[in-house]
Ligand binder design. Structure first.
Ligand code: FES
Ligand SMILES: [Fe+2]
Length: 380
């Protein structure tokens, strides 16, 4: 058995444990480059990646760029209001074309100024001469999918829409009208930890009373955190909040305002449905011990201030607040990444407020093709 095969067998054995005996994955799942390469292949080149929200690109020419594994991608609002997802690399010599989130009338390469219309068709190629035939040269299209206002892109156009596997989640969180959230802040960072450590950290709120005792615990105490069973494509946990969320819609009950869910849309999108501060991350591995973190904060549309100065102040407050909370998490998850490299680390037991981690393990085992325990024994 290769090292990767035995690691996969161990992941399969761990994921197959009943929840009452759940434990952490073997440390190799967080440190082994071959395991990460398999994750990139199965979970990132052949699954869906969240790139942002529809409300970020309302007008023709608005775009969101990102990178999925090695491929630069861009989602562009078309003249007719539809969307296209395109490979964001020039058809000349592959310079990346658009950066960040923004607006363009046409897509112009920064290198030699070849320019494309919003559909990705090449329109101008300066100094290439009359013999150069531009017709038929265009940026390759990619598949995208929409769910509750989120935009997902995949490099594999053959896979089933992510919205199908999240349909059961829509029903569970309908009260929170996630599709009516608006992005108010986004950032991209690289943290020195395995991408799964950060996903797991986001989806368990057991740690609030300790890691966030002065920031989150006063408002969303660990005591009011509970997990519910998820589904094959997602997990969920809930938290009570001592500070009622704004009554942004008249039909919101007090019970809805007093709680909200945090979810993981497998493989790599984690988010909350808080009406006043919807926190989200889209994660990608950069080797076993680094993660590219695209993150942001959304707010229910009726709670967005109309006054520009008030909105700017709100964005500044959100940045400061979430930079602080993220730093509390980052200190911990980066320390985990350092520890897991030691041969003295053994799997640890998971508690009832970490059911989400166990469900994520079961997704990983399925998606990575980890053998079920009986099959693993037969292969040894
Ligand atoms: S690489 Fe884009 S114009 Fe040359
Ligand atoms: Fe945290």
């Amino acid at each position: 058995m290769s090292d990767l095969s035995s690691l996969l067998a161990e992941v399969g054995r761990t994921a197959a444990l009943p929840f009452e005996q759940a434990q952490t994955l073997p440390s190799g799942a967080y440190t082994d480059p071959e395991f990460t390469a398999l994750e990139v292949e199965k979970l990132f080149r052949h699954d869906w990646v969240c790139v942002g929200r529809l409300d970020e690109i309302p007008e023709p020419g608005d775009y969101i760029s990102h990178r999925i594994a090695e491929t630069p991608v861009v989602v562009v609002r078309q003249a007719d209001g539809s969307l296209k997802a395109l490979v964001n690399a020039c058809r000349h010599r592959a310079s990346e074309l658009l950066h960040g989130v923004g607006h363009v009338a046409k897509i112009v390469c920064p290198y030699h100024a070849w320019s494309y219309d919003l559909t990705g068709s090449l329109k101008m190629a300066p100094f290439m001469g009359d013999a150069f035939d531009k017709s038929g040269i265009c940026l390759p299209e990619l598949a995208f999918d929409l769910w509750e206002g989120w935009i997902y892109v995949t490099l594999d156009s053959t896979i089933a829409p992510i919205s199908e596997r999240l349909a059961t989640l829509s029903a569970r969180i309908a009260d929170y009208r996630t599709s009516e959230q608006v992005m108010v802040y986004r950032a991209e960072e690289v943290w020195a930890c395995n991408w799964k450590s950060l996903a797991e950290n986001f989806t368990e709120s057991y740690h609030l009373f300790s890691s966030h005792k002065n920031t989150l615990q006063p408002f969303t105490p660990t005591q009011g955190v509970w997990c519910e069973p998820g589904d094959d494509g997602w997990d969920i946990h809930w938290m009570d909040t001592s500070r009622l969320q704004d009554p942004v819609w008249p039909d919101l009950t007090e019970a809805t305002r007093a709680t909200f869910p945090l979810m993981h849309a497998f493989p790599s999108h984690v988010f909350s449905a808080s009406l006043n501060r919807g926190f989200w991350m889209s994660l990608q591995p950069q080797g076993p011990d680094h993660v590219r973190v695209l993150w942001g904060v959304t707010i229910a549309r009726p709670a967005i201030p109309q006054d520009p100065a008030a909105l700017a102040a709100l964005k500044a407050e959100i940045k400061e607040t979430f930079d602080g909370i993220n730093q509390e998490d980052r200190t911990i998850v980066e320390s985990i990444s350092r520890s897991l490299k030691s041969e003295h680390i053994q799997p640890g037991r998971l508690g009832e407020k970490e059911r989400t981690i166990w469900e994520f393990q079961r997704f990983l085992a399925r998606a990575l093709g980890a053998p079920a325990p009986a099959a693993a024994v037969a292969a040894e």
